[in-house]
Design a protein around this ligand. Structure first.
Ligand code: A3P
Length: 305
């Protein structure tokens, strides 16, 4: 396998760039995900798989690092064995051959596997429900999620361009972004949690009291941990430490794929950053639209802590 360094100047790198989109059952995906949809839909989950699911930019990588540290009993070196995206196959993320897609990585990985997805609940391969695999879902308030997604879309070349800030707010509200509507995503998984083995977490709760949230994950995974290991995990998964961790901050990817000088992957890691971006009018309109889209749901979000 080519190292990321070798890849930098190699013609194959172009194959990672997938700006074209297409809908799958009304949900926007990359064209290549849509082209490979049958294979993705028929993915064979296993009962001992752990799936980390989220809408994009909701704290997925953070949750992945926490889970990996728990699974490796706080052994930092073991968690440095590979990039976050190689440790946990991103099941639907597809590239043209000969590049490794999420499905290829997942099928090569020995069990028990920890996998990642951004699929909305209704598009999750049905084998996950059938096998009753454990799922950790992490959700983030829509305004910070939007801001984070906007900046991420500006810097990554593997996704469509976000356009201007004003245009992007509209794309997000109408679900015309990859993985579709945030509103349907968080609600769909919220409804699924009562019927399946799902731990539903919130980014804002993790920020407020990471120890409490890690303890929830421990309970869900039926694991116990000495206090000093727990404290070691807390240190390792803090924003500042993860920002410096090349195996968690995506800096091993060449800038032609993620131009982090434009906006770093580990950008701010703070609830409430939306206030630096939304105008008063944009915020009012957003709230009105939010009320409509979330009406009738018991799900609530904190936009600051
Ligand atoms: P910001 O862009 O607001 O900084 P995902 O992993 O789902 O793509 O989410 C990325 C977001 O999670 C980014 O948000 C990133 O900074 C934030 N994040 C990653 N690790 C974090 C950590 N340890 N603590 C707080 N936020 C973190």
């Amino acid at each position: 396998k080519m190292s990321l360094d070798e890849m930098k100047d190699h013609q194959l790198v172009g194959k990672y760039i997938q700006p074209e989109t297409r809908e799958v059952d009304g949900v926007l995906m990359t064209k290549i995900i849509s082209d490979n949809w049958d294979k993705i839909w028929n993915f064979q989950a296993k009962p001992d798989d752990l799936l980390i699911a989220s809408y994009a930019k909701s704290g997925t990588t953070w949750t992945q690092e926490i889970v990996d540290m728990i699974q490796n009993d706080g052994d930092v070196q073991k968690c440095q064995r590979a990039n976050t995206f190689d440790r946990h196959p991103f099941i639907e993320w597809t590239f043209p051959p000969p590049l490794n897609s999420g499905l290829d990585l997942a099928s090569k990985m020995p069990s028990p596997r920890t996998l990642k997805t951004h699929l909305p609940a209704q598009l999750l391969p049905p084998s996950f429900w059938k096998e009753n695999s454990k799922i950790i879902y992490v959700a983030r308030n829509p305004k910070d999620c939007l801001v984070s997604y906007y900046h991420f879309s500006r810097m990554t070349k593997m996704m469509p361009d976000p356009g201007t800030w004003e245009e992007y707010i509209e794309s997000f509200k109408t679900g015309k972004v990859l993985w579709g509507s945030w509103y349907n995503h968080v609600k769909g998984w919220w409804d699924a949690k009562d019927k399946h083995h799902i731990l539903y977490l919130f980014y804002e709760d993790m920020k407020e009291d990471p120890k409490r949230e890690i303890q929830k994950i421990l309970k869900f995974l039926e694991k116990e941990m000495p206090e000093e290991v727990l404290n070691k995990i807390l240190y390792h998964i803090s924003f500042d430490v993860m920002k410096q961790n090349p195996m968690a901050n995506y800096t091993t990817l060449p800038t032609i794929l993620m131009d982090q000088p434009i906006s770093p992957f580990m950008r701010k890691g703070m609830p409430g950053d939306w206030k630096n971006y939304f105008t008063v009018a944009q915020n009012e309109e957003f709230d009105k639209d939010y009320q409509k889209k979330m009406a009738g749901s018991t799900l609530t979000f904190r936009t600051e802590i």
